[in-house]
Design a protein around this ligand. Structure first.
Ligand SMILES: Cc1cc2nc3c(=O)[nH]c(=O)nc-3n(C[C@H](O)[C@H](O)[C@H](O)COP(=O)(O)O)c2cc1C
Length: 222
């Protein structure tokens, strides 16, 4: 069982978001997962320019680190998104990465996995960013088991105080991968997204044949 955390603070090892995420991963490891954390700021992630090149073959025109990262997500059973709150949103690094996921959202390449989200903030917005990142997981076809956010108020001990909660979240994610986790509301949303994307998959079947056939095999195209 593999769990991959994708972390969007540019402060790397000084990051409170990263520290909180490491505790989530520690809880998952205790429950038997192989864990890994990737700092987005160490990777080359080019902003999407909406050229629609990926629509033709799933391959971005930019030769950077995103395809490797997507492969790592495909190889994982669990995915964690982790970002600090920057002006009431995820960090720029995280948002640029999210924008590069449009094609794998359309074709539901990561469907059936589980995930959760992590955020840290000085004062406000943490829960909203957890909810937003979990919403992106749902777009990907991934069920979110929960999330954790910490408002530090500038106190570095605030993250330490939530270590047990973070570890419990990691265990919950690992347990979901092992035994399943059901959330009818998220399942309904994922099903309705898939119905929305189905027309695109059918329309593009002549040049996205493998994707089309996977959708037929999955029973997503009657
Ligand atoms: C560019 C920038 C924007 C920020 N915007 C907010 C904000 O809107 N609300 C807030 O409470 N904290 C804000 N903060 C504070 C960070 O969210 C907070 O320090 C967070 O814990 C940093 O996480 P990190 O150590 O993982 O980078 C901002 C910090 C930066 C650098």
């Amino acid at each position: 069982m593999k769990i991959l955390a994708i972390h969007g603070s540019p402060r790397t090892i000084r990051s409170t978001t990263r520290q909180l995420t490491q505790s989530v991963l520690a809880g998952a490891a205790e429950a038997g997962a192989d864990t890994d954390l990737i700092d987005l700021c160490d990777l080359r992630v080019t902003p999407c320019t909406a050229c629609e090149g990926c629509s033709f073959n799933g391959v971005c025109v930019y030769d950077d680190d995103v395809p490797t990262l997507v492969q790592r997500m495909k190889d994982a059973d669990g995915i964690i998104f982790a970002s600090p709150v920057y002006i009431d949103n995820v960090s720029g690094q995280m948002k640029i990465f999210f924008d590069r996921l449009a094609d794998i959202i359309h074709y539901q390449v990561l469907s059936g996995k589980y995930g959760c989200s992590v955020a840290s903030t000085h004062t406000s917005g943490g829960d909203g960013i957890v909810a937003y990142q979990n919403h992106v997981l749902n777009y990907l076809g991934v069920i979110a088991v929960g999330g954790i956010s910490v408002a530090t108020g500038g106190d570095s001990g605030a993250v330490d105080a939530r270590e047990a909660d973070a570890r419990a979240l990691g265990k919950k994610l690992a347990d979901a991968i092992k035994g399943g986790f059901s959330d009818p509301k998220q399942e309904e949303e994922i099903t309705s997204n898939r119905e929305f994307f189905r027309d695109l998959v059918i329309e593009n079947k002549d040049f996205r044949t493998e994707d089309y056939e996977r959708w037929v095999r999955m029973g997503w195209i009657p």
